[in-house]
Design a protein around this ligand. Structure first.
Ligand code: 13P
Ligand code: SF4
Length: 344
C-alpha cells in the first residue's frame, strides 16, 4: 500500500470532519469507516493532481467524497464554465456530465480535459440534435435562438446565445423581438414565458426538446405534502421543474441560487426539489439547518467516483478524454461567450 496507516487515518479524519453531517443515502450518514475506505483514493488523486498540474472541477450533484475530498472548485454550470475558461492548469478533470466537460474544452481548447464518468449523458442534452435546431430556425427565420447549457456542442453551435439556470430569465428578457426559440428544456421554456410575463416583458417562446429526468418527476402534490408534514418549511426548486410545481415554491433558481438562498435565509428547515448532491452540499455547509429531500438522483452525475477519477488521471480511457470538432467548437464558443457578455 503506497500510504501508511498514519497518513490514511489523518486523511480519513479530515474527510470525516467535512462529511459527518452528510447523508449517504436517505437513511444513512457518512461514517468514519466510509472515510477510511475513501482515504487511499483521495490521497492518491490529490498527489497525482499536483504532479500533473491538474485541477478538479466538480458539479454539486456529484458525490460528496469528490466534492469535498478532491475538488478544487465546486459549483453550478455557470461557475464551473467560468473556472474552466480562466483556468491555467495543464489538465482540467471535470466531475460532471459530458456537456459540461465539452463546454470546458470549448472555452479553453489548449487544455487537456478529462471526464471520469466518460460519455455521461443528460436527458436534456440528449433530446436534441443540430438538425432539429436548424429545422426550427428555418421555420422561424429571424427569431433569436437560445440554448440551455445542457445541450451538445453541435446544438450550441446552431444558437445565438447559451444560458444557464442562473441567467436564463435575465438573458431571455434582454433578447430583441417578441419571439424566442428556446431549446432543449420544454419545462424551463414554460417557466421563461411565465417569468417574462410577470416582469412585464412578455415573449412567445418557441420551444423544442425534452425534460430533465430528475426534475420532471416533481409534482405539485410533493410540495403540498412537504408543507402539510413540516409546517413552516421553506421549499426550493430548480427551474427544470414544471411551472405548476415552481409556482408553489418559495424560491426557484439554479443550484448556486438555491445554495445562496439557504445561506442567507434565517429558516432552519428546507424542502429541496432537486438532486441529492445539492442536499449533501447544503448538509456539509450548514450543519445547523435541516433538509428534506423527497427523491431525485441523477444517475449520469453519479457515474463519477473516486476510482474512475484516479483512473482518468493515471491512464485515461479514450471516452474520458474530451475532444470537440474545431469548427463546431468555434461556433459553440461564440454562443457561450455571448452568455458571459450578457451576464456582466
Ligand atoms: P445548475 O447549473 O443549476 O447547477 O444546473 C445543472 C443541472 O444539470 C441541473 O439539473
Ligand atoms: Fe441532466 Fe437532469 Fe442530470 Fe441535470 S440532473 S445533468 S438536467 S439529467
Amino acid at each position: 500500500m503506497p500510504y501508511t496507516q498514519a497518513q490514511i487515518s489523518t486523511e480519513a479524519h479530515r474527510l470525516y470532519g467535512l462529511l459527518a453531517c452528510v447523508s449517504k443515502s436517505k437513511a444513512t450518514k457518512w461514517t468514519l469507516q466510509d472515510c477510511i475506505e475513501a482515504a487511499p483514493y483521495t490521497l492518491a488523486i490529490n498527489e497525482h493532481k499536483k504532479k500533473q498540474n491538474a485541477i478538479i472541477l466538480a458539479h454539486s450533484y456529484t458525490t460528496p467524497d469528490l466534492v469535498y475530498g478532491v475538488a478544487d472548485f465546486r459549483g453550478d454550470s455557470y461557475q464551473l464554465a467560468q473556472q474552466a475558461r480562466t483556468c491555467d492548469a495543464h489538465t482540467i478533470v471535470f466531475a460532471g456530465v459530458w456537456f459540461m466537460a465539452e463546454t470546458a474544452k470549448i472555452l479553453n481548447p489548449s487544455k487537456r480535459v478529462l471526464i471520469p464518468a466518460g460519455r455521461a449523458g443528460c436527458t436534456l442534452a440528449d433530446s436534441m440534435t443540430a438538425q432539429d435546431v436548424q429545422k426550427l430556425r428555418t421555420q422561424h427565420p429571424g427569431v433569436p435562438a437560445l440554448c440551455y447549457i445542457n445541450s451538445s456542442a453541435e446544438v450550441k453551435a446552431q444558437c445565438d446565445v447559451c444560458v444557464t439556470s442562473g441567467n436564463v430569465f435575465d438573458i431571455a428578457q434582454k433578447m430583441p423581438g417578441e419571439k424566442l426559440i428556446f431549446v432543449p428544456d420544454l419545462l424551463m421554456a414554460q417557466n421563461i414565458e411565465i417569468e417574462l410575463k410577470r416582469r412585464g416583458t412578455p415573449k412567445e417562446i418557441i420551444a423544442s426538446g425534452g425534460s430533465c429526468c430528475v426534475h420532471d418527476k416533481y409534482l405539485p402534490e410533493h410540495v403540498e405534502s412537504l408543507r402539510t408534514k413540516y409546517p413552516g418549511i421553506v421549499v426550493l426548486a430548480h427551474p427544470e421543474c414544471a411551472p405548476e410545481v415552481c409556482r408553489l415554491c418559495d424560491y426557484v433558481g439554479s443550484t448556486k441560487g438555491m445554495a445562496d438562498y439557504v445561506a442567507k435565509s434565517p429558516a432552519k428547515l428546507f424542502g429541496m426539489l432537486t438532486e441529492f448532491g445539492l442536499v449533501n452540499r447544503l448538509e456539509a455547509e450548514h450543519p445547523n439547518k435541516q433538509f428534506v429531500w423527497p427523491f431525485g438522483i441523477c444517475s449520469y452525475m453519479k457515474k463519477n467516483n473516486l476510482i474512475n477519477t484516479l483512473g482518468a488521471l493515471l491512464d485515461p480511457r479514450a471516452d474520458q478524454i474530451v475532444e470537440v470538432d474545431a469548427t463546431v467548437a468555434a461556433s459553440a464558443q461564440k454562443s457561450i461567450e455571448k452568455m458571459f457578455e450578457l451576464t456582466k
